[in-house]
Design a protein around this ligand. Sequence first.
Ligand code: TYM
Length: 372
Amino acid sequence: MVVTPWEVRGEIDYTRLIKEFGVEPLTEELLQRMKKMVGELHFMLRRKIFFSHRDFDKVLEDREKGEKIYLYTGRGPSGHTHIGHIVPWIFTRYLQKVFNATLYFQITDDEKFLVKRNLSVKQALYYTYENSLDLIALGFKPENTRIISDIKAIHLLYELAISVAKRVTFSTAKAVFGFEDESNIGIIFFPAIQAAPAFLGSKIEGRNLRCLIPCAIDQDPYWRVTRDVAPKLGYYKPAGIFSKFIPGLGVKGKMSASEPETCIFTVDKPEEAEKKIMNAFTGGQPTIEEQRRLGGKPEVCPIYLYYYFIFEEDDEKVFERERQCKNGELLCGECKRELAEKVSKFLVEHQKKREKAKDLVDKYMLTDLELG
Ligand code: TYM
């Protein structure tokens, strides 16, 4: 199992990750506390898709006292957005609503330029724009969603970034990120840039506010460094809430843009996405007869997991599907067809909203004026 911000591979053992990364499991007690405050829990919490955290209890404590918090998440624009990337964004939209919080959304076009051998600055910036359309299409509003493109707007972060960088030694960075003598010096500095937005809300507000970072667990190494430095800068340690990975449509592994045939992009033509789904690996048996007799394995089936992670919010329906699969009542072809229909419908709607977003991107960009 390898889980770093730049590579996720192998069979992922989330219990082991909790221990190795030193994060906390999201307990039933915390969930009940959240429920008491906000009413309904998001299905990604009920299903423990978001399964671990750092200081989420402190976020709840602040909100219980009526204190403001802010959210921070982001995207590394090395290509088009896929369904995996929007898992944390959908959840962030919910957090934004229930916590009435501003979201800072960092687009690390610099990071992707630095780590991807064949990506030019121009291409990275093209995807910054394209990925912003996806965020906007998901319904985030400019009043409380501020996007920062590192390449275009680094001056908004630079003071914070160098303040972080001064307090992180190369030896720490090496230990956390595995840098080597061959690593370029840009990427060695970069963790300070990804740390910066975690303090931005406090800087803008002129007082300490808690920052909550919703993302998949692969980004946690950044937060370890950021949290170490926070008290030295006089800020709260940023809190985090971390999700599992939605798998690709192949045999194993997280959805990854490097295997486009196993990956559903938000810009895929609906027919194209349907085809990928119909060709996907499943947890089913090799023959209909065996499927009827032995039932399938939804826990290893990407098709089932797509319903579970995103496309079926209704718990009763998703667990009924699981039951029918295990019983052999449901065949893979039918299950795939229904998912293909749902995904295709989502893509048609999302792509319409993306078109509308094209006139709006500028409204979301954080500006100097807001920094005071
Ligand atoms: P990036 O572009 O690799 O990923 C964007 C977000 O998607 C999550 N993610 C996934 N979630 C579920 N299933 C998957 N298969 C999957 N693949 C990726 C990532 O955890 C991330 O939340 N360096 C970052 C950009 C960034 C950022 C941040 C992300 C800057 N600041 C703050 C989160 C929070 C990156 O390259 O993300």
